[in-house]
Design a protein around this ligand. Structure first.
Ligand code: LLP
Length: 432
């Protein structure tokens, strides 16, 4: 949304194309991605590490938005890929993504998921728990293979977006605890077996983080562990993966750092630790999802009914809602909207934007100043590119929207709109 572009007629342009034209051609609700912006975001991270002369991998966390076209763009931009399920891995393979650059996550990977990862020789499995070590050992023996692994650890730092809490006792379903010896036990279990190449450690401290202090604290914790393991086990890690979580702008008052700033300050701390401990600088891996696609995505809706409760509120209902963006209902997430055909009109009233699901909680935006809204107006909600389509659902049997990529004035359908007939494709009749 920071790159809002309006033409002389007061129309919103996305990737050089009027939003109105996209809505007419593809219908609404519609997810529109400005591919130029996705590329810019990816390049900001990749370039920041290159400029610092640091060996790094920037893996796109495909949970934020996974589709064949998106994964192809991630590949074109030289990113690696983080997948967390059979479905995300399948999508990556269908997109032809280089297997050696795929990393697999998950706190309860199934046997099938692990087999699929090993069969396809993916680049790295981020091992999360003891059960997974046992499953993986069996699968590697059966397939007579070995695999690169990172160990996911919980550093005991919890990021609540603006503040960081150091928890003495880790309380998370993810990863091995650093504080109670479990991480060390898991490391020894894998490091003893030739079928595991333990590349190093991984952590992910949270999401939509606006400061660098949490990443610095996590780096310190992980480094301290590595230094200890070097002394005890003569082990030197090749990789340190600090996960994702870099914050983006949802509302005008949000002021996230530039993406390169996250990378720069992270590296300052890691370089400092590496030289003070005389520890060879590891490769740095990160896994941004939201910061790659979030601001690049906009959802277009058409306004339907308008209910005015004098002195209370005006509800404006659109043709989507919690089925394409569950974040306001689930997390209280806040968004901003514009009227793409009235970009230069004066804001004159306060409106609340409602979805069309049979549920009072189906609200997209509460109390926002906008120009006068009429039935049939186009409404655009900004910064919906991450965890929007990815978390879309079929509540009330709504079809999933279409997704369009726009770049340099050209537009292309990359996920087609679901037809209502497809909603019953898995249903079987009940024979009495
Ligand atoms: N790496 C790991 C291990 C993760 O668990 C996540 C996100 C990421 C990377 C990417 O984080 P990002 O850069 O996108 O913040 N549905 C929630 C977000 C859940 C994030 C889960 N893990 C939302 O809509 O805000």
């Amino acid at each position: 949304m920071r790159n809002k572009v309006v033409n002389e007629e007061g129309q919103l342009l996305i990737g050089g194309v009027p939003a109105k034209q996209l809505a007419e051609e593809y219908g609404t609700p519609l997810f529109v991605y400005d591919v130029g912006q996705i590329r810019e975001n990816a390049r900001a991270f990749v370039k920041a590490f290159e400029d610092l002369g640091v060996q790094a991998q920037v893996a796109y966390a495909s949970k934020a938005f996974s589709s064949i076209a998106m994964i192809q763009v991630a590949d074109q931009e030289g990113m690696s890929l983080d997948v967390v399920s059979e479905g995300e891995l399948h999508t990556a393979l269908a997109a032809g993504f280089p297997v050696e650059k795929i990393h697999m996550h998950g706190n309860n990977k199934s046997i099938r998921e692990l087999e699929m990862a090993v069969e396809n020789d993916i680049g790295c499995i981020v091992v999360d728990n003891f059960y997974e070590i046992d499953l993986l050992t069996t699968i590697l023996e059966e397939q007579n293979k070995s695999v690169n692994v990172l160990m996911r650890v919980t550093p005991g730092i919890e990021a609540h977006t603006h503040d960081y809490i150091l928890t003495g006792q880790e309380d998370s379903k993810f990863g091995f605890d650093l504080s109670n010896g479990q991480a060390e036990e898991a490391f020894l279990k894998m490091n003893d077996q030739p079928c595991f190449q333990v590349l190093g450690l991984h952590c992910h401290i949270g999401s939509q983080i606006f400061e660098t202090v949490g990443f610095e604290m996590a780096s310190q914790k992980l480094f301290a562990t590595l230094v200890e393991w070097r002394a005890k086990f003569d082990y030197t890690a090749r990789v340190l993966n600090l996960g994702g979580g870099f914050g983006i702008q949802y509302k005008s008052q949000d002021t996230p750092l530039e993406l390169s700033e996250y990378a720069n300050s992270l590296m300052d701390e890691i370089k400092r630790l590496s030289s003070s401990e005389n520890y060879p600088l590891p490769e740095i891996w990160i896994e941004p999802g939201r910061s790659i696609v979030g601001e690049a995505g906009t959802t277009l809706y058409t306004v339907g009914s308008i209910k005015d409760i004098p002195g209370v509120r005006t509800y404006v209902s659109v043709d989507g809602g919690m089925t394409d963006n569950i974040r306001p209902a689930l997390y209280g997430a806040e968004y901003e909207a514009v009227l793409p055909e009235k970009m230069n009109d004066q804001k004159e009233r306060t409106y609340s934007i409602a979805g069309k699901c049979c549920e009072s909680g189906d609200m997209l935006i509460w109390d926002m100043e906008l120009p006068k809204i009429e039935h049939g107006d186009l409404l655009a909600v900004y910064s919906t590119g991450a965890y929007g389509y990815a978390m879309a659902n079929h509540y009330n049997r709504f079809q999933k929207p279409a997704v369009v990529f726009v770049e340099e004035g050209k537009h292309q359908l990359v996920v087609r709109r679901e037809a209502y007939q497809e909603l019953t494709r898995l249903d079987l009749s009940y024979e009495q």
